[in-house]
Design a protein around this ligand. Structure first.
Ligand code: TYD
Length: 211
């Protein structure tokens, strides 16, 4: 019995993390077994890698080192958590996966799609999402929400990526929309504007036929 692997993608501040939590609650209410995980992070080792990646003190981190760290976290998560949960028939919800790396490092940083896909083959060994939900909002909405979040005490140190230029975030959104067109059979674009409940309903409509 193989489970379902569903990933959430979108810009910082798109609301995908809230949406993933709401979907997990709904699936559990329906009696489904769900594993929620996050990239970077998801495992104890991944959380340590996450600290390096998102610490705004690490301004010297070079794009190639950044890329390899995202994949180091992912390789650990795939082998330790994601693959075993799928083998046990669970629904795995992952907050970001390789599409983030394609959008942020491949396109945003200009490292290129081929490099990212080569590392994906090594780190994920052929594991790809069954369904990817791209929670899409315009860049102004995303940055506005991200800044409000970063102003709160808890996440104030995890801002290295959010501090990138407006141009960088525009590129990331463009890259996501291009990915959704390219991998149209597994991608669903979710309009992320509106209340969390409204967006959750759109997410549910996209997911219901897949689980
Ligand atoms: P996170 O706190 O998860 O952001 P959000 O809650 O907005 O999703 O931080 C993850 C950051 O790391 C985010 O700015 C995107 C970036 N990132 C990459 O650049 N490449 C990747 O492969 C992944 C997984 C994330």
């Amino acid at each position: 019995m193989q489970g379902r692997f569903i990933t959430f993608e979108g810009m910082d501040g798109s609301g995908k993390t809230t949406q993933m939590r709401l979907l997990a609650e709904r699936l559990r209410r329906e009696g489904r077994e769900v594993l929620e995980t996050v990239e970077p992070g998801g495992t104890e080792i991944g959380s340590q890698i996450r600290r390096i990646l998102l610490d705004s003190a690490n301004q010297e981190l070079r794009p190639t080192a950044e890329l390899l760290l995202y994949f180091a976290s992912r390789a650990q998560n795939v082998e330790q958590c994601i693959q075993p949960a799928l083998s046990a028939g669970k629904i795995v919800l992952c907050d970001r996966f390789t599409d983030s790396t394609l959008a942020y490092q491949g396109y945003g940083r200009g490292l290129g799609e081929e490099t990212v896909l080569t590392l994906d083959r090594i780190a994920c060994r052929g594991l790809a999402p069954d369904l990817t939900l791209l929670v899409d909002v315009n860049v102004d909405t995303a940055l506005g929400r991200a800044h409000t979040r970063n102003a709160s005490l808890f996440s104030s140190e995890e801002t290295r990526m959010d501090e990138q230029s407006l141009e960088f975030h525009r590129k990331v959104r463009e890259a996501y929309l291009a990915l959704a067109r390219h991998y149209s059979s597994r991608f669903r674009i979710i309009n992320g504007h509106g209340s969390p409940e409204q967006v959750a309903q759109r997410v549910w409509e996209a997911v219901a036929q897949h689980v």
